[in-house]
Ligand binder design. Sequence first.
Ligand SMILES: Cc1cc2nc3c(=O)[nH]c(=O)nc-3n(C[C@H](O)[C@H](O)[C@H](O)COP(=O)(O)OP(=O)(O)OC[C@H]3O[C@@H](n4cnc5c(N)ncnc54)[C@H](O)[C@@H]3O)c2cc1C
Length: 378
Amino acid sequence: MTHQTQEYDVVIAGGGLAGRSLACFLSREPALTGARILIVDDAGDPYPHRSLIYWHDDALPLPLTPEAAFTSLAVDAGAAPRVLPLRRHRLCLTSSRAVFRCLDDVIDGNPRITRLDARVARVRARAGSAEVVLSDGRRLTASHCFDSSLPPTGITAPLLMSGEVRRVRTAHDAFDPSTATFIDFRSGARHPVHFHCVLPISAREAVVEVTRIVPGTAPDAGFSFDRATSAYLRTVWGVSRYSSVSVERGSIPLGVRPGPARGRHVRIGSPSGVVKATTGYGFTRILRQTRHIASTLASTGSPETPRPSPRFRWYDRPVLRMWERDPELAVEFMRAAFTAGDADLVLDFLDERTTFAQERGLLGSMPVRMLLQPRLWT
Ligand SMILES: Cc1cc2nc3c(=O)[nH]c(=O)nc-3n(C[C@H](O)[C@H](O)[C@H](O)COP(=O)(O)OP(=O)(O)OC[C@H]3O[C@@H](n4cnc5c(N)ncnc54)[C@H](O)[C@@H]3O)c2cc1C
């Protein structure tokens, strides 16, 4: 059977966070008002729920009201946590559903955007265009294809950050809603290494995340996230009875390298390596990536993807190796690194938004000797 080719200015393969953010920012560009845009996505549920944690110090380019926002972070300093004030940043909790609704308010107001519920089989860059082939054989051509769809084999990565997010409710006051516990190894510093993050919604309700970082080739078998959280709540928070309002599980590939640029086939979102290699945070980085692509497409006709800085790849490398080869050393390093300096600067550094002069100051206060061990560089 032959299919007629359909033509667009932009095809967005994958309509998740990156795809919909890009569609939203393209819609806001006056120079692209007439552009015909197609979003192809195969997700059954357009509003999946996933808790999203992020921080920002500038105006977020979305009218998003977070469910909780914090200006103090408790970080594990060994014997006891240290509370660090945030002067510029807010650490926030929202959900993918709330973000998608914000993005769709803009997308649905643009009559030139069409959505197609279909699976992308492959994308090919051609001279002056991109061809998108769907799994049912249909072919689409576009001036540009922006692609966050997963390859059939999934994403391969050196490490996986796997975890569980549990929303818990207690019968008595147990949490301090003014402070988020950002990283806490107190019940999981030793084998198998894991850490917790606690975002209180109220004195009796909190989102508790437990995370492990494991080699991508050996996803953790047999680790019980719920047992780890119940032990942590009991030993660290003195909470032995709670009810679970919801539970989410998932894995984030860490250290994904961006593929080579292929003309008019442009990778965006997770497959482009935009998720931060050492933390798994990607939300605000995806907003920045897609906003930049939309504005450069509008101003020059040629989209520019922000390239990762070689400096930050250099900093990430030994940290990733620590997680791969010596997780207990990684715990020691993380404890020292998070409590070493100004928390706002640490968040900027994790976001790859510091200058070299700031990095010198920050690294000077961290246990850099740990990073310089030859075995972390081979
Ligand atoms: C479990 C988990 C938790 C995370 N939590 C956070 C967090 O708290 N904070 C943070 O900053 N970042 C977080 N991230 C990282 C990052 O922000 C998210 O992964 C983000 O959703 C990535 O956006 P994306 O558009 O690349 O992928 P997605 O949002 O997953 O969108 C990809 C879309 O493409 C569709 N698709 C895939 N293949 C095809 C195909 N062949 N054809 C058609 N459609 C296709 C999918 O159905 C999906 O809708 C998390 C990631 C994961 C996996």
